[in-house]
Design a binder for this molecule. Structure first.
Ligand SMILES: [Zn+2]
Length: 237
């Protein structure tokens, strides 16, 4: 049932290791190397997202942390500026790779949102932040008031609410809306702050999927590199 659900909702999925391996191969051909590039990763704070960071770091070295709840892009100009300032410079050029995505779990029975965690007998969920938002949306009188003791969750809800055409979305829909918002918000910051005359960069955006027995997949959403100011699609073939 897991495979059927995965294929139905995320038809372009591939194992997480393959996603990183293939994108690494494509980016290497465009001049990005572990030596001349800083990898920047924005995923949910959830510990089960760490496998993706680990795969990135095995290929690209230590990563700059862009993460917040659900993988939302809240590091702002200051956060992006720090990542830029930490990039290697090779022949006057900086290079950045941005791996940014939300996540979702699917259990062995194909139930979306369900996952199991080491040491906890009861079923758990991912993404908990998106599920909390979804729960609020499905209330008769939702409350999206800013809570200073819940800053990231408040920001997440305020950011995603206007992007929802269906105000009572299922979790797959909500996660896909989040994936699009994440890449859109990153692109606004890049547009403001990255000089493509002196910097090359790549965007690897998708949805991280947690399957049964610690399996991990990525459904690609938006993958491209900008090299010498020209945009190129990243082919994962
Ligand atoms: Zn999460």
């Amino acid at each position: 049932m897991f495979n059927k659900t995965l294929r139905a909702h995320f038809p372009n999925f591939l194992p997480e290791s393959e996603f990183i391996k293939k994108s690494h191969k494509a980016l290497t051909q465009m001049g990005f190397t572990a030596k001349n590039t800083i990898p920047c990763v924005g995923v949910c704070r959830d510990e089960i997202t760490h496998s993706l960071i680990d795969h990135v770091e095995r290929k690209w070295g230590a990563s700059f942390n862009l993460s917040s709840l659900a993988g939302m892009v809240f590091m702002g100009k200051t956060g992006l500026g720090a990542a830029q300032a930490h990039s290697p410079i090779e022949n006057g050029k900086e290079r950045y790779i941005f791996v940014v995505m939300p996540h979702i779990a699917i259990d062995a029975d194909g139930v979306i949102g369900n996952c199991f965690r080491a040491g906890r007998p009861a079923v758990s969920g991912a993404c908990g932040a998106l599920m909390k938002f979804q729960g609020e949306l499905h209330k008769d009188t939702p409350n999206f008031a800013y809570d200073p003791l819940d800053i990231e969750q408040s920001l997440l809800e305020a950011r995603l609410l206007p992007d929802l055409t269906d105000k009572k979305p299922d979790l797959v829909t909500l996660t896909k809306v989040a994936a699009n918002a994440i890449v859109a918000d990153l692109e606004v910051l890049i547009e403001q702050q990255v000089d493509t005359a002196t910097s090359d960069y790549a965007v690897l955006n998708g949805i991280q999927i947690h399957g049964p027995a610690l399996t991990q997949y990525v459904h690609p959403n938006s993958l491209y590199a900008v090299v010498n100011g020209e945009r190129h699609a990243i082919d994962l073939a």
